[in-house]
Design a protein. Structure first.
Lengths: 267, 240
C-alpha cells in the first residue's frame, strides 16, 4: 500500500522555508500572546495551532510524496507521539521558556527518529531527517497551542490540572494529528496542489480551535470560550469556502447526480 | 531534584516496553488498504491503527487492574490479555466479513502450506491478489502480536507510574500525565516498525518478518530518549 505518489519531491508554490517561518514564528508568537494577554485573547493559542498545523501538513506532503510504503496517517501519529512527549517535557522544566524548550526537544527527537528511519530501517527518503524535525516541531506547537487555549496559560501545573487530568489531552492528540495528517491524506494523488492541501489544514485547525474553545469554557468561563469559538468558526467558514473553491477549480467537472432512482425507475 | 540514576530501573523497563511494542507490530497481520479490498492477506487497516487499538486496550485494562492491586505480574497479565482479546475480536470479525461478506477463502500468498494447519494455500489465492482473509497462521501470529504489544504497553505505563509514585501522591494529574506519555511512546514505537515492514505483513511466516531487528534497534534508541524526557517531566510533579 504505497500511498502518496510515485516518488520525487512535491511541487510547491510557497517554498518550504516560508512555511517553516509561518509555522514556527506564528506558532510561538501565538502561544506567548495567549499566555500573557488576558483570558479573552486565549484564542491566539488556536491561531498558533493553525499555523503549526499548516506547517505540519506541508511537511507531511513533502515527505509523503516520496511514498512512505504505508498510509499517510502513520506520520501524523508519530508527529503527535513525539510532540506530546516533547511538549510536556518542555513545559515541565522550561518555565516561561517552556514552548521553546519543547520545540528544541521535539527537533532533537525528530532528528533522531529521522536518522534512524533512513540509516537503520533504510527508507531512503532524502528529506526524511529534515521532515521528521519539522513534523515533530509542528506537532509540539499544535499541542501547546491548543492546551493554551484550554488552560489560558502554558504553566505546567495549570496545564496538568485543566488539560491532562481532565482527559482533554487525548482529544488534542487526535485533533492535532488529524490536522497534520488529513490534508495530504485527503488530497494526495497526481493532481495534488499545495494551496488546496494547506487550506484544508487551516480548516482542520479551525475545527480543532472551535472544539478547544468549547473545552475551555470549563476553566476560562463563557466569555473567552465564546470568543475562541467565534474566531474559530469564522476561520473555518472562510477556509472551507476557499477549499471548496479550490476543489471546484481542480476538478474536471462538478456535476449533480440527482436523487437516487426510485424502484419504478430501475425497472 | 532530578535524579535519573535512582530511576534507572524504571527507565530500563520503559525501553524494554518500547522494544516489545516495536517487535509486536511485526506479528500483527496488517493488510492495509489492499486487504480492505480483500486483495491482500491480513486485517484491512494500517499498522498504527491496529497496534494502537490493541495496545491502548491493553493500557486501559492494565490501568484498571492497577486501581485494585500494585502487583507487577498481575498488571502485566491484565494488559496482555486485554490486548489479546481486542486483536482477536478485530480479526474474527474481519474474517466473518471476508468469508461471509466478500465470499473469499482465507489464504496466504506468501507460503505454500499453512505452517500450523498444513493446509494448501496457493490453490485458494484468487488471481491478481496477494491472498485474502486471515488464515490460521496469521490469526495465531496476530494474537502473539497483541500479547507482546499489551505486555509492552502496560510495562511502560507501570514503570512511568512508579516513577511518579516516587515523588508525589497518585492523583488524576499523575495518572493523566503517565497515560499520555505511555500513549505517545506507544505511537512512536508503533510507527517505526510500520515503516520497516512497508505497510503490510502477514505474520511471523512472512519473509518480511525477518527484518524485525532493524525496527527493534531503532525503537531501542528512540525510546531511550523518550524515556529520559518522560521521566524528567514526571519527576517535576514532585515540585508542584
Amino acid at each position: 500500500m504505497s500511498a502518496g505518489g510515485d516518488g520525487g519531491g512535491a511541487k510547491s508554490n510557497l517554498p518550504p522555508n516560508t512555511i517553516i517561518g509561518i509555522g514556527a514564528a506564528g506558532g510561538l508568537i501565538g502561544i506567548y500572546l495567549a499566555h500573557f494577554l488576558p483570558a479573552t485573547f486565549s484564542f491566539f493559542g488556536g491561531i498558533a495551532a493553525i499555523c503549526a498545523i499548516v506547517w505540519g501538513a506541508d511537511a507531511v506532503r513533502r515527505v509523503a510524496s516520496y511514498g512512505l510504503g504505508t498510509g499517510v496517517p502513520s506520520i501524523g501519529m508519530i508527529a503527535l507521539g513525539m510532540g506530546i512527549v516533547a511538549a510536556l517535557f518542555g513545559l515541565s522544566i522550561g518555565g516561561v521558556a517552556g514552548p521553546i524548550v519543547s520545540f528544541i526537544t521535539a527537533a532533537v527527537i525528530g532528528a533522531i527518529i529521522g536518522v534512524l528511519a533512513n540509516k537503520v530501517i533504510g527508507m531512503g527518503i532524502p528529506i526524511m531527517e529534515r521532515a521528521m524535525v519539522e513534523i515533530a516541531g509542528a506537532g509540539t506547537l499544535a499541542i501547546i497551542g491548543l492546551s493554551t487555549v484550554i488552560a489560558g496559560t502554558f504553566e505546567y501545573g495549570a496545564v496538568l490540572d485543566t488539560v491532562v487530568s481532565t482527559g482533554f489531552i487525548a482529544m488534542i492528540f487526535i485533533m492535532g494529528g488529524m490536522g497534520i495528517l488529513h490534508p495530504f491524506n485527503a488530497n494526495l494523488g497526481p493532481d495534488e496542489k499545495q494551496d488546496r492541501t494547506l487550506i484544508l489544514g487551516v480548516e482542520k485547525g479551525a475545527l480543532a480551535m472551535v472544539i478547544a474553545g468549547l473545552a475551555s469554557s470549563i476553566n476560562e468561563g463563557l466569555g473567552p470560550a465564546f470568543v475562541t469559538i467565534l474566531v474559530g468558526l469564522t476561520i473555518w467558514y472562510l477556509a472551507f469556502n476557499k477549499y471548496f473553491g479550490f476543489v471546484k477549480r481542480d476538478a474536471y467537472a462538478v456535476v449533480g447526480t440527482g436523487l437516487l432512482p426510485s424502484e419504478e425507475e430501475l425497472q | 531534584m532530578i535524579d535519573l540514576a535512582a530511576n534507572f530501573l524504571w527507565m530500563f523497563l520503559v525501553v524494554i516496553g518500547g522494544v516489545l511494542i516495536s517487535w509486536s507490530v511485526h506479528f500483527v497481520p496488517v493488510g492495509g488498504a489492499p486487504a480492505a479490498m480483500a486483495q491482500a492477506t491480513g486485517i484491512g487497516t494500517g499498522t498504527v491503527q491496529l497496534a494502537a487499538g490493541a495496545g491502548l486496550t491493553g493500557l486501559i485494562s492494565a490501568g484498571y487492574m492497577m486501581q485494585v492491586v500494585d502487583n507487577l505480574p498481575l498488571i502485566l497479565a491484565s494488559g496482555t490479555v486485554g490486548a489479546m482479546i481486542m486483536i482477536s475480536v478485530t480479526m474474527i470479525v474481519g474474517t466473518w466479513v471476508y468469508v461471509y461478506g466478500v465470499g473469499c477463502v482465507p489464504s496466504s500468498a506468501k507460503v505454500k502450506v499453512d505452517p500450523i494447519t498444513h493446509d494448501r494455500q496457493d490453490l485458494y489465492v484468487s488471481q491478481g491478489t496477494e491472498g485474502h482473509g486471515l488464515p490460521t497462521v496469521s490469526f495465531v501470529s496476530g494474537v502473539i502480536g497483541g500479547a507482546l504489544g499489551g505486555f509492552g504497553g502496560s510495562l511502560v505505563y507501570y514503570a512511568l507510574l512508579k516513577v511518579g509514585m516516587g515523588v508525589a501522591e497518585v492523583d488524576a494529574n499523575m495518572i493523566g500525565l503517565v497515560a499520555i506519555f505511555a500513549v505517545g511512546i506507544f505511537f512512536v514505537n508503533a510507527v517505526i516498525p510500520s515503516y520497516n515492514i512497508g505497510g503490510t505483513i502477514e505474520g511471523f511466516h512472512d519473509p518480511k518478518w525477518k527484518k524485525w531487528p532493524k525496527a527493534v534497534i531503532s525503537s531501542f534508541v528512540a525510546t531511550i530518549f523518550c524515556a529520559i524526557v518522560a521521566v524528567i517531566a514526571i519527576l517535576q510533579l514532585g515540585g508542584l
